[in-house]
Design a protein around this ligand. Structure first.
Ligand SMILES: [Fe+2]
Length: 135
């Protein structure tokens, strides 16, 4: 049963992840930016929190920006094929694959650089805002 959950989770996680990437990343759209500032104090603080979650989870994992049940944005990380839907931590706004296969070819063991690259150059914040506004 656990293998079914992990494989289904990985399918769900990657489906969201592909949409969370964009060649036109950069500026965070207004609704999402306002919510990030309200809940993290600043965009920089939210990115540092996300990065800490991505780096703090040992082994194969995922990092998430979620809308928690209390209505606030938060960051979390899940192991293997799990996700915030499975753990009940909230609605996924953005997710980042931090399995080694996702970054080793380009970044070797520099997971921190991979996460920074995502946050500053690849994250699809327009998609994130869509997830936020329909949650
Ligand atoms: Fe992956």
């Amino acid at each position: 049963m656990k293998s079914v959950l992990n494989n289904a989770g990985q399918h769900w996680n990657h489906t969201l992840f592909w949409q969370a990437l964009s060649p036109r990343s950069g500026k965070i759209p207004g609704v999402l930016e306002k919510k990030i500032i309200a809940d993290f104090d600043s965009v920089a603080a939210s990115k540092e929190s996300f990065k800490a979650a991505a780096l703090g989870q040992f082994g194969s994992s995922w990092a998430w920006l979620v809308l928690s049940g209390n209505g606030k944005l938060a960051v979390t990380a899940t192991a293997n094929g799990s996700n915030p839907l499975a753990t009940g931590e909230g609605t996924a706004i953005l997710g980042l694959d931090v399995w080694e296969h996702s970054y080793y070819l380009d970044f070797r063991n520099r997971r921190a650089d991979y996460v920074s690259n995502f946050l500053h150059l690849l994250a699809n914040y327009d998609f994130g805002e869509e997830q936020l506004t329909k949650a």
